[in-house]
Design a protein around this ligand. Structure first.
Ligand code: GLC
Length: 785
């Protein structure tokens, strides 16, 4: 069953059935102001931090779902009948209430029609302003004059989300006002300051309420607010209670006539910032801001556009995957309908990986985020698990508490720095100094070496890295008793990357010892980490294993298998063997399981592991984030068919027609898909802010399509399904535009041996860096060895 479709031309996903299995959301805003909006206008807003500076309230995981939101009620003054512009909350029969939601890039447009009144609301955050706009219009499509009363509804939230349940305090600390047509809301925020926000309409209201209790009425809900039923507000205002933004406007429309207003919500004083914004946002200015937003996204996406034989893949790669990767990079894991704001700030490893997919569109922001991360790293090399750049202070001697040191966080840095330097060619970055968290400063190369030194100083009896608080898998908490084979492989990859960067940064003499550290670890892994047909997941210090054929459950784990290929540890043929075992034991039609078989519930004596029900989350779900690692590894091994099969299995758009099963938005990846051990197999969860977005994009663009930035140029090394006749990519790299056409007449997966650059033959498969602003045509054919 489907609830919508991809409108690729307009870069929109169109939901034509509002009763989706779960609220399907979009993000508005991309700098200061952030907002989430569902296909039924549910959602919330915040400034900079969803945990510390919430503007609009949302009731997470409640029934009915997806409340409250940015509601607009309409009431026919003649009949008294009322409905909401979005299908929910009033939920009129779908036979009478026709509605469509278009989630676009940075905006959501909902159109509706009920009883011959058409309405449209376009919600967006302008590029250079920290406020949100609901641009609203209604049209009388009937043959008689109509008077329509319009009421808005949104709930102001308490700024610090974790205090939302401290009702004995928060219900009495805030106050509201109404002056000159604008609602004001004042509430304390940490630091003994008052935060002011406001809600306004560009057309003058004829009534208002600022108290939820007055507008909704006792024992009622957002589906039948008393004020809307009666047709007038009460003018409630003052201290205490729950604050709402309810404005009442009246539109009298002749047949065929349209009218409208913009509703505005922002931070600041109602009488100052509110009034200024209301004056500034004329219809022309709103139209210009909206056009600017659309252009901004078109420019951003233009840096990489694909045309493959697979339209589902193109829909994701050209619009939604980079869009999701951007949201993930920007908001880390802080704001979805599941992430309620408690994981505020930047997850260390998360951001390090999120950077990978946005290098080509926002290198400057990536650079800033990498520096934010490096500032959270101690001189000894380990790092904070979460960095809050808004408040992080370095140089105060702060150290990361031992029990909060993860074994992987600091090891991701080399990958991000390496990718940044290859994308931009900015070698000076490597010797730039950045403060350590505790004291002093070091160059970026010093930071990368320190990460390796810390890892080496924390090895177990088998020479493998200790797992510490956990490694990439948060549920594998083996402390100092267990050694992680996977993170040891990650260390090997970080060593190769750091050695290359040392050479590029003029410190070739240090690269030798880093390479020696790698060789030592490769040997330890191949001596103590191989199980016969795959690599172990971990080895306890007492010699027992996790992820062995000998184990009763969790015999084979995904992560170390692709990483044996990515890190080169399995170059002795074991990588190929391990990936064969993944195909046999872990792969399914909906993706690759994290391990198999699952733990059966909450067993005692699982060494330090959090255990979810079988098939869920880190207990043998199809945990999506490591799936693209398998795609990358298969491409490295030259198995284009298998890489693509894994890609399709996870591809959100490929499940558009089975939305009732997949549940979450068909235009975004989720954190996990329920595994085959559970009847809900195929249902995806935790959409939007997941490292899957970044890795799926990297796997598809850099490995399957094979266009990979290198220091000296753009490598063209596709590894595609053999059924493809070819594909086309437009890629902007260091300011030049490359139009790349690959043909595959012999139906191979891999093998570019020479290129044609602007019509001239060129040996090999590395396109040299071209002049900024130039356009280069690249064509090539896959050929056998
Ligand atoms: C979640 C976390 C991520 C972690 C992964 C595996 O996605 O955000 O940091 O690596 O789970 O446990």
């Amino acid at each position: 069953m489907r609830y919508g479709y991809f409108d690729n031309l307009n870069c929109e996903y169109v939901i034509d059935r509002p009763d989706t299995p779960w609220p399907w959301i979009n993000y508005l805003g991309d700098h200061e102001y952030g907002a989430i909006i569902s296909n039924n206008a549910g959602g919330y807003s915040f400034l900079r931090s969803p945990g510390q500076n919430r503007l609009l309230r949302y009731r997470f995981n409640a029934v009915p779902c997806d409340r409250p939101g940015r509601y607009i009620y309409l009431r026919d003054s003649e009949t008294g009948e009322f409905w909401s512009h979005s299908w929910s909350p009033t939920q009129k029969p779908l036979t009478e209430h026709h509605t469509e939601c278009r989630h676009g890039l940075g905006y959501t447009r909902i159109t509706s029609s009920f009883k011959e009144i058409a309405s449209e609301a376009c919600y967006f955050v302008p590029l250079d302003d920290a406020l949100e706009i609901w641009n609203f219009r209604l049209t009388n499509r009937s043959r008689r004059s109509r008077t329509i009363d319009v009421f808005t509804y949104c709930e102001f939230g308490f700024p610090v989300f974790t205090s939302e349940t401290a009702l004995q305090a928060i219900l009495y600390v805030a106050s509201t006002s109404f002056h000159n047509g604008i609602i004001g809301y004042a509430t304390p925020i940490p630091g003994w300051r008052t935060r002011h926000s406001w809600f306004a309409s560009t057309v003058a209201p004829i009534g208002f309420d600022t108290k939820r209790e007055a507008f909704v009425g006792p024992w009622r809900g957002e589906d039948n607010p008393l004020a809307v039923e009666l047709g007038h507000c009460t003018g409630s205002v003052g201290a205490g209670g729950n604050a709402v933004g309810c404005l009442h406007l009246r539109f009298s429309l002749e047949p065929g006539e349209s009218s409208g207003t913009a509703f505005l919500l922002g931070e600041g004083l109602a009488g100052k910032e509110g009034e200024a914004a209301r004056a500034r946002y004329t219809p022309e200015h709103i139209a210009a801001c909206f056009a600017g937003l659309k252009q901004h996204w078109r420019d951003r996406l233009a840096n990489l556009q694909t045309k493959t034989p697979d339209p589902d893949m193109d829909a994701m790669l050209n619009v939604w995957n980079p869009y999701q990767a951007h949201a993930t990079f920007h908001w880390s894991r802080s704001a979805t309908l599941i992430e309620a704001g408690l994981r505020d700030g930047l997850g260390y490893r998360d951001t390090a990986q999120d950077c990978l997919a946005v290098m080509h569109t926002e290198a400057d922001l990536v650079r800033g985020k990498i520096i934010d991360l490096l500032r959270g790293q101690e001189r000894r090399g380990c790092a904070l698990h979460k960095v809050q750049p808004l408040t992080l202070e370095t140089g105060k001697g702060e150290s990361v508490p031992e029990q909060e040191i993860w074994s992987d966080d600091h090891l991701w840095l080399a990958l991000s720095v390496g990718a940044y330097v290859r994308e931009t060619g900015d070698l000076a970055f490597l010797n730039q100094t950045v403060p350590w968290l505790d004291k002093g400063e070091g160059t970026i190369l010093d930071h990368l070496v320190a990460a390796l030194e810390y890892a080496r100083a924390n090895r177990g009896p088998h020479g493998l890295l200790l797992c510490l608080a956990a490694d990439w898998n948060d549920a594998l908490q083996l402390g100092r008793e267990g050694q992680s084979v996977f993170v040891s492989m990650q260390f090997c990859k970080a060593c190769s990357e750091t050695a290359d960067l040392l050479k590029l940064g003029g410190r070739g003499e240090d690269a030798g010892s880093v390479k020696a550290w790698r060789s030592e670890m490769v040997e330890a892994i191949n001596t103590h980490g191989w199980d016969g047909s795959w690599y172990l997941r971990a080895r306890m210090n007492d010699g027992s294993t996790i992820g062995s054929e000998q184990d009763k459950v969790a015999k084979i784990w995904l992560e170390p298998q692709p990483w044996s290929v990515i890190s080169g540890v399995g170059d002795n043929g074991r990588g190929t063997r391990a990936m064969g075992s993944v195909a046999e034991r872990l792969a399914s039609d909906h993706g690759i399981h994290l391990f198999m078989p699952p733990h059966q519930g909450y067993e005692e004596n699982i060494p330090g592991r959090v255990c979810y029900p079988p098939g869920y989350k880190e207990n043998a779900a199809i945990f999506c984030h490591p799936n693209p690692w398998a795609m990358v590894a298969e491409c490295m091994l030259g198995n284009g068919d298998r890489a693509y099969r894994y890609y399709r299995a996870l591809l959100p758009s490929a499940m558009n027609e089975r939305a009732e099963l997949r549940h979450i938005e068909p235009y975004v990846y989720g954190q996990f898909v329920v595994g085959s051990s559970d009847p809900a197999h195929g249902t995806a969860h935790n959409p939007w802010l997941t490292g899957t977005a970044s890795w799926a994009y990297v796997a598809a663009t850099q490995w399957i399509l094979g266009i990979r930035p290198q220091i000296d140029g753009l490598l063209i090394d596709p590894c595609i399904p053999s059924s493809w006749d070819g594909f086309h990519v437009r890629r902007v790299f260091r300011g030049a535009t490359y139009e790349i056409t690959i043909k595959n007449p012999q139906h191979l997966s891999r093998g570019i041996r020479r290129l044609c650059l602007d019509g001239k033959e060129y040996p090999g498969n590395l396109v040299p860096v071209a002049r900024k602003g130039s356009k280069i045509t690249v064509s090539a054919e896959l050929q056998p060895e």
